[in-house]
Design a protein around this ligand. Structure first.
Ligand SMILES: Cc1ncc(COP(=O)(O)O)c(C=O)c1O
Length: 910
């Protein structure tokens, strides 16, 4: 699957990219396993010696470029194997490789801890037990220490260890900037990097990709007159893996000035310093990320003997453990959950509504991990987080540009705050029956409408879903730049309910809101940008500002002197990270938060936050953050890799591709929103990391590679049926969402390779079943099957655009915003609304009646309102609802029909 079959040693650059789309652990494991297997053959088949030796040499050549990035088995083991081959020590080699495989499978890189891993007189289980006693990590030493120097430091580090240490690390040296970039990319076990200031740039290994990056660094160094590569490497690592601790190592104090900007480092070490300092600082750095203030406090609380004299009989399990009838609750959930169940805000715990202790610390740690200025926890899902942000930022009469197919919590948030939505239509994907994203041009057009009307000051917020359910990802940096060029004080809310994991991976990260906000500020503060802006402005002022094309057809740059960065993101931590259900976070990067929002934010937070927050959810948010900072990168690289493997297999396997297709960027993003021609579904998706990176740099919209929309029309059953009958009932596979002719699958940081194998086997079995059924079918049955396929391919209900608000709900006729709150409450008196059956609606319209919805109507799928209160019901919407073959439509009772305003209610609202 992930192994290179034959040929010369691969260029690391082609296979391991800053985005690690290749699962290097898997690849290395495969090759070491093959070496072990070949070594055992070598022992028993002397006549095959030459051939088997060549095989082993081949695997070693494949491994060589990777092993330089790992402490275990590492480059030294490759040399050992070569030595055994040369010395014809085949028995010893086989035994060592058996041992290696056991250790590698159990400890991974942590095998480096075992000085005597290959001492065959020691029991392997004992060694592994020792290795598992503590958390292991690798410290990358980007330096050119001699063998002896490194050995001495290693010895010092071992001496500095104590048995109480909860972590233990080993050193891995790489001699150049390029090698260091390769290592932090390939090896997720690296948690800290010691960087020598004057580290050489070039690797002795062929690393084309990293060479590009290094060349870019060199150019920047030249531009800003810095001569040491170490600090530049540190910056590049911050970009790749911001969670890592970085230490600058210098020979003497005098060298400090030469090292240039050191702000990127956690600390500076001088060589003559005692090594225990380096040990302590390195351990402290990891401890800081490992610490989970709230979870730790809750654990402590649970261990204390506490008498319970307040409400909450369940606390300490008192009403459960002694119960005659609900003891199975304790059997099922275990004891700890009850011991940790409390409403206490003291004793190390804290108050969510007014945090000053461990919850506050946990939120600060989350802000660090997710790149926010501040983070707030929510225990009622992003549904609540969205309402909090909308209410905090918007007051009655504020205009909000909002994508129409966003989550319903936003619409309700607008009702609550009496802000006026301008609904933005995403482009439709008619063949598949769902939407893509809102084009930047559409957003600019709406802003220009308000500019022309002289009412740009009323527009408060742009609200977009990043990424959409189906995986369409915006370019928040670009969108915000262009919007701020028209309206410099715009506030942005990015609903990242489905995108918290973007922070874990360098490619995806540049598409998340917090990254974009921080980088936008850094960019606008740079001399480089100010020069660029001045030149652009000179050119732009030569164009006609009254002509819309001037604004719509050209990329716009914000004025760095005027634009403010005011960005909010809401994330369902529970949807893609290890938080319990409902765990959600609100992040902000709003430079005017303290002066402009703090008070209203807290009011909104109090409005929506329970006074009895669930501590288990809060603790899980804390833990999810720890995981992000310590293993998020490796896990996310794995999730991407697995998704790409599914895509590749479905594309290439003739059995699978007869019935299935995983939709690609080409299918889901029209060419006008892409500059690249990225595909994930063939080998290029795996070997073309530069394409992936380029697309994420340049394209207006990209597709999240972990989102797998499986097109099932060729099976002859609908997405919904396929989900239930084929996947769930037969194979116990749960999918995320369905549409007319597709089901949506996702990989995540918990997906395992065996789950991927299961999925692919299930799809193969379904495909084989279809093959057989076709063979056994009569001509009539075949025709029926073909008709069904044809229907699923071509008869997807056409997606209706947002129509318009009825004039009585339009505060200004020249712009499209609507007073949704007015309509919402107008529907409360029952005499104000009527019902019309869908089958009668078109005739009523033909007779001249304007039908205006008095309710939200939300079909699942697609899961967003096709009608909101006050919206004129268009023919397209009725036709769409008539064609929808689903039962779950919130706000619509089939026996009554659509709820519409009576004509007198509308007249009264004028
Ligand atoms: C885009 C979007 N935002 C917000 C939410 C609500 O999130 P939660 O389930 O955490 O309340 C959802 C739920 O599916 C969603 O899809």
């Amino acid at each position: 699957m992930s192994t290179t079959e034959a040929g010369s040693a691969p260029d690391l650059a082609e296979h391991v990219m800053p985005d690690a789309h290749i699962n290097t652990s898997q690849l290395r494991f495969d090759h070491w396993a093959r070496i072990r297997e070949a070594s055992n053959r070598l022992r028993v088949e002397p006549e095959m010696q030459e051939q088997v030796r060549a095989e082993i040499e081949h695997h070693l050549a494949v491994l060589a470029p990777y092993e330089g990035s790992f402490a275990f088995p590492g480059a030294d083991t490759i040399v050992t194997v070569q030595r055994r081959l040369a010395g014809r020590d085949f028995d010893l080699l086989a035994e060592e490789m058996d041992r290696l495989e056991i250790i590698l499978s159990q400890l991974g890189d942590g095998g480096a801890l075992l000085d005597d891993a290959f001492d065959l007189s020691l029991d392997a289980d004992d060694l592994i037990a020792e290795g598992k006693r503590r958390h292991y990590f690798t410290v990358l030493v980007a330096d050119s220490l001699s063998h002896r120097q490194l050995r001495d430091i290693r010895r010092d580090m071992h001496e500095a260890r104590t048995r109480e240490d909860e972590f233990v690390f080993e050193l891995l040296q790489v001699p150049s900037v390029e090698d260091a970039l390769a290592a932090v990319t390939a090896n997720p076990q690296i948690q800290a990097v010691w960087i020598r200031g004057d580290l050489p740039l070039r690797s002795q290994r062929p690393l084309a990709l990293f060479r590009n990056r290094a060349d870019l660094m060199l150019k920047i160094e030249h531009d800003i007159g810095v001569h040491q590569h170490g600090p530049m490497l540190a910056r590049a690592i911050r970009d790749l893996r911001p969670e890592l601790d970085l230490y600058l190592t210098l020979d003497a104090e005098g060298h400090l000035a030469e090292a240039g900007d050191q702000s990127v480092f956690n600390r500076i070490f001088y060589r003559r310093e005692h090594s225990s300092e380096m040990h302590m600082a390195t351990m402290d750095g990891v401890r800081r990320r490992y610490r989970t203030p709230f979870f730790d406090a809750l654990k402590k609380y649970a261990q204390r003997p506490i008498g319970n004299f307040h409400a909450l009989p369940i606390a300490r399990g008192n009403s459960v453990f002694n119960s005659e009838w609900i003891q199975d609750m304790a059997d099922f959930y275990g004891e700890q959950i009850f011991l940790a169940e409390t409403s206490s805000t003291v004793g190390g715990l804290d108050s969510l509504l007014s945090p000053t202790g461990t919850i506050r610390e946990a939120q600060e740690a989350a802000a660090r991990a997710f790149g926010a200025k501040e983070t707030y926890f929510a225990t009622n899902g992003t549904s609540t987080s969205n309402k909090i942000v909308v209410q905090a930022l918007c007051k009655p009469g504020d205009v909000v540009l909002i994508d129409r197919d966003c989550h319903k919590s936003h619409h309700y948030g607008l009702v609550l705050s009496d802000a006026y939505p301008v609904y933005l239509d995403a482009y439709p994907l008619p063949e598949y029956g769902f939407y893509g994203g809102v084009p930047l041009r559409t957003i600019k057009e709406q802003l220009l409408a308000f500019k022309r009307a002289g009412r740009l000051d009323e527009v408060r917020m742009l609200l977009l879903t990043n990424c959409t359910f189906d995986g369409i990802v915006y370019h928040p940096m670009r969108v915000m730049q262009e919007v701020l060029a028209i309206k410099p004080d715009m506030v942005f809310l990015w609903d990242e309910a489905w995108f918290a994991f973007a922070q874990l991976h360098p490619t995806l990260r540049r598409r998340n809101a917090m990254w974009a906000a921080a980088n936008l500020r850094e960019l606008m503060d740079s001399h480089y940008y100010r020069r660029q802006y001045a030149e652009w402005r000179k050119w732009f002022d030569t164009l006609d500002p009254e002509d819309d094309a001037t604004w719509l057809d050209n990329p716009l740059l914000p004025d760095p002197g005027a634009a403010a960065v005011r960005v909010y993101a809401t994330q369902s931590t529970h949807k893609s990270l290890s938080a319990l259900r409902q765990g959600s976070m609100i992040h902000h990067w709003d430079e005017h938060f303290a002066s402009d929002v703090s008070e209203s934010f807290h009011e909104a937070y109090f409005t929506h936050t329970t006074t009895s927050p669930n501590y288990q959810i809060l603790a899980s948010l804390d833990l999810a953050r720890r995981q992000v900072e310590l293993e998020g990168y490796g896990r996310m690289s794995g999730a991407i890799q697995m998704a790409l493997v599914v895509r590749q297999q479905v594309t290439e396997d003739p059995l699978l591709n007869r019935y299935f297709r995983v939709l690609d960027p080409n299918d889901m993003i029209p060419p006008q929103y892409r500059e690249t021609d990225l595909t994930y579904s063939d080998k290029a998706g795996l070997d073309g990391p530069i394409d992936v990176m380029n697309a994420f740099y340049t394209d207006e919209l990209v597709l999240d590679p972990t989102r797998l929309t499986l097109y099932v029309a060729e099976t002859g059953v609908s997405g919904d049926q396929f989900k239930v009958d084929a996947l769930m009932d037969r194979f116990g596979i749960q999918v995320n969402k369905t549409a007319t002719n597709s089901v949506l699958l996702m990989t995540n940081i918990g997906t395992t390779w065996s789950a991927i194998d299961n999925l692919l086997s299930a799809l193969r079995e379904i495909a084989r079943g279809l093959d057989e059924r076709k063979l056994e079918s009569s001509a009539a049955e075949l025709e029926l099957y073909e008709t069904q396929v044809e229907k699923l391919r071509n008869e997807v209900p056409p997606l209706p655009d947002f129509s318009e608000f009825h004039t009585v709900f339009r505060p200004h006729p020249e712009t499209p915003e609507g007073d949704i709150r007015k309509a919402f409450f107008l529907s409360y008196p029952s005499q104000n609304h009527d019902y019309v059956h869908l089958s009668d609606a078109l005739a009523l319209m033909d007779s001249g009646r304007v039908l205006v919805s008095s309710k939200f109507v939300i079909p699942y799928p697609p899961g967003f309102p096709v009608l909101v209160p006050g919206q004129v019901i268009s023919r397209e919407i009725v036709e769409f609802l008539l064609e929808l073959d689903i039962e779950e439509i919130h706000g619509y009772r089939p026996e009554l029909g659509l709820a519409i305003f009576t004509e007198s209610a509308l007249a009264s609202a004028v």
